[in-house]
Write a new protein. Structure first.
Length: 307
């Protein structure tokens, strides 16, 4: 059994999709009960976390596969790892955009991590036999400890260890599961001697509610993902991590045995084109321009000449 490790959003149930139920003929209403089939073969089920950036990547995978002649069943906004990883292991999901370091830590609590390549290699070893990862992208969505620019200036904060400079109580904000993460408040205390005055659950995965709490001073330290355009637009500072508290989190497709060489080649081309700057831009189109995941995906795939 897998355990959750990346605190993207609060745990939610899988949303039943009527069209899938009709295709599968399943009276239970479980959209992952049995993938549908088509004249061209079995449908590829693509899943996503309940996290807008992850959904954009999943939509990119879906449209690229469809352009390659595959039939895709989208099962997006599923939740966090303790919900979807068992479904992947059971063969109910065939393609899922993941993050190398966070997935590795979920699979192996004794993982060493290191560079992006070392983390990727360790992840390949940690995966169950019936799953594999395809090529990792340059794009990453790192966990970070983030503060406001004013707070950073006041205490000369540059990296995580420099939080020891702070002389006022530090309240941390983030998803409730952050409290037990290997990089959470306990790690700050054990690794750096940084004491946390309190923890405020903000269940939007470093989203606008977390940013507002940080900007308003309700919290002083937040776990925000580095590909989030809110870091730049709200004048926030993601503290550097020279000690590797956070594992590298490159975007990578996790796939089932159903994914053949031709489908894998399509997904690898997507990964090759997905850069760090690209992911920030895609996220900004969602956050700032309020564009839907499908429109963002189509425009990017077209520009990248992948469809």
């Amino acid at each position: 059994m897998f355990t959750a490790n990346r605190g993207r959003l609060t745990l939610i149930g899988v949303v039943a999709v009527g069209a899938v139920v009709a295709l599968a003929g399943c009276a239970s209403g479980d959209p992952l009960a049995e993938p549908s089939s088509s004249a061209g073969g079995s449908t590829i089920v693509v899943g996503s976390q309940a996290y807008y950036s992850n959904e954009i990547i999943a939509e990119i995978y879906s449209q690229a596969l469809e352009a390659g002649g595959f039939t895709v069943d989208r099962q997006f906004q599923i939740g966090q790892r303790e919900v979807y990883l068992p479904d992947i292991e059971a063969g109910k999901i065939d393609v899922f955009p993941e993050y190398t370091g966070s997935l590795l830590q979920a699979l192996d609590k004794a993982a060493v991590g290191g560079t992006s390549d070392a983390t990727y290699a360790e992840l390949q070893t940690a995966l169950p036999d019936d799953l594999r990862v395809l090529d990792q992208a340059d794009a990453s969505d790192q966990n970070s400890w983030t503060v406001t620019a004013d707070f950073a200036s006041k205490y000369d904060l540059t990296d995580i260890a420099s939080l020891t400079n702070v002389t006022e109580p530090i309240t941390v904000g983030g998803n409730s599961e952050l409290e037990t993460r290997p990089y959470g408040p306990t790690a700050l205390k054990d690794k750096y001697g940084i004491s946390i005055a309190g923890f405020v659950p903000v269940e939007d995965s470093g989203g606008p509610l977390t940013v507002k709490a940080l900007v308003d001073g309700d919290i002083q330290l937040a776990n925000i993902y580095t590909a989030d355009p809110n870091i730049k637009t709200n004048n926030l500072v993601a503290l550097s991590d020279p000690d590797g508290l956070f594992f590298p989190d490159n975007v990578v497709p996790v796939v089932s045995q159903k994914i053949d060489d031709s489908a894998a080649a399509i997904l690898n081309k997507v990964s090759a084109a997905l850069t760090a700057d690209t992911l920030v831009d895609l996220n900004a189109q969602s956050k700032n321009d309020q564009l839907s995941a499908d429109k963002i995906a189509t425009a990017w795939l077209t520009k990248a000449k992948l469809i």
